[in-house]
Design a protein around this ligand. Structure first.
Ligand SMILES: [Zn+2]
Length: 422
């Protein structure tokens, strides 16, 4: 071997190793995260078609990485109704203008209300008794109901409060002080009037008037797409690796929900694993699925499990990834109790390699996209990271504060675990 050939060989090997080193994997994930959470993706929701932009970007990544479509292209289209808030939202309490997203949120099922309203302060006793309730509703005409619920963790009480809120949203605008963090969501329906959740620092028993400008836009049969790409294996069986790419989007132009941890982090892992398996041919076919509509109620995964783009009877395991941005305390594996052998294998692998602090078991829970598959008897687990920052469904779930602490270690564990599924 000449010195020149040797040098070339060294360069080639170092190049290969470089492509696999933990720092490169994390840096690549950081790039994915920055793109998915950028303002141009609009929080991957329903204002300015953020979710559609994200779908196209992911399909382009699949193409670049060399994944193959299962059908004619990478998309699996469907549609669902979803409420959205494209217009500017303004809330002012007793002359103080509040900051959308930070000081207040509108309930995702909110309707429209514009104007100045006197606040009528209500306690459960004003609404629980039917006669009192009829009187209360009479008083509310042209005013806004301000609900003061006692703090409780009792599920029945919380359910009752929730039902009363929904009912009042048919009569007029409703507001509610919230102590602790504001957490947003997505709704498939809209009620006639808004419910505004206001941080308790800005809404008290003595607050007198509220100015609100809340306008929703109900999107009927809004188009959405799961993005599917495959890597061919040597067997006829399948492994599914999935992560939802949708998030909450925008609440008006001023409040952006970037969804870095939930779930740009999972999409970053999905893309990183896809790249790995295009270079390291797997035993079983691998279907990579980026789901839409998760936050609106697991709609994309439900559609995928019904529409069956592949023979789901041949799925060895589905590994769903949702919230992978930390890992200081390891990972939790949901539904591991139903997949004990697979779980034991993962734990053993992790111990041998000395990767994560803990691989923790958890029973079944219908809390992410694995659920519609589990319900149909397809073996599936759902993995999320534990510890570190805990921003969730709020404007603070940003890329620049998401550490990706254990991303590379989890990548190492997952690629080995997936490659050795029997
Ligand atoms: Zn999620």
């Amino acid at each position: 071997m000449t010195r020149r050939t040797l040098a070339l060989l060294c360069l080639l090997i170092s190049g290969l190793l470089h492509a696999q080193d933990p720092a490169t994997i994390t840096a690549q994930a950081r790039n994915y995260l920055n793109t998915l959470t950028s303002p141009e993706f609009h929080g991957r929701g329903y204002v300015n078609n953020g979710q559609g932009i994200a779908a196209e970007w992911i399909a382009a990544q699949f193409g670049r990485l060399g994944l193959k479509p299962v059908k004619q292209d990478f998309y699996q289209p469907f549609a669902f109704n979803v409420n959205s808030f494209p217009d500017s939202i303004g809330v002012t309490v007793d002359g103080k203008r509040l900051v959308p997203g930070a000081d207040f949120l509108v309930d995702p099922a909110s309707g429209r209300s514009e104007g100045s309203f006197a606040l009528v302060h209500l306690a459960p006793s004003d609404l629980f008794n039917p006669e009192r309730k009829a009187m209360t509703l009479g008083v509310l005409s042209g005013k806004a109901a301000c609900l003061h619920w006692p703090s409780t963790t009792n599920k029945d009480s919380l359910q009752r409060f929730h039902e009363l809120e929904r009912e009042l949203m048919h009569y007029g605008p409703v507001v509610k002080p919230v102590s602790g963090k504001l957490t947003w969501s997505v709704a498939q329906e809209s009620l006639p009037f808004p419910l505004v959740e206001i941080s308790s620092a800005f809404l008290t028993d003595s607050s007198a008037t509220i100015d609100m400008h809340v306008r929703n836009r109900m999107l009927v049969r809004n188009p959405a797409r799961n993005v599917l790409g495959m890597v061919k294996g040597r067997s006829k069986d399948w492994v599914i690796v999935s992560a939802h790419y949708d998030h909450l989007g925008r609440m008006g132009p001023d409040a952006l929900f970037p969804g870095a941890n939930d779930n740009a982090s999972g999409v970053a892992m999905l893309l990183s694993l896809a790249e790995w398996f295009t270079k390291n041919s797997p035993k079983h076919n691998i279907l990579f699925v980026a789901f839409a509509g998760e936050e609106a109620g697991l709609i994309g995964s439900e559609w995928c499990a019904l529409d069956r783009p592949i023979d789901l009877g041949r799925v060895k395991l589905m590994v769903n990834l949702d919230i992978l941005g930390t890992g200081d305390d390891g990972i939790t594996v949901v539904n591991s109790t139903a997949q004990q052998a697979q779980f034991d294998r993962m734990v053993q692998m992790n111990t041998q390699r000395g990767l994560l602090k803990e691989v923790k078991p958890r029973g079944p829970a219908c809390n992410s996209d694995h659920c519609p598959f589990v319900k149909r008897g397809i073996p599936a687990i759902f993995i999320y990271t534990m510890g570190g920052v805990a921003h969730y469904h709020d404007v603070l779930d940003k890329a620049d504060t998401l550490p990706l602490t254990e991303f590379a270690d989890l990548h190492a564990l997952l690629r080995e675990f997936i490659a050795t599924i029997k």
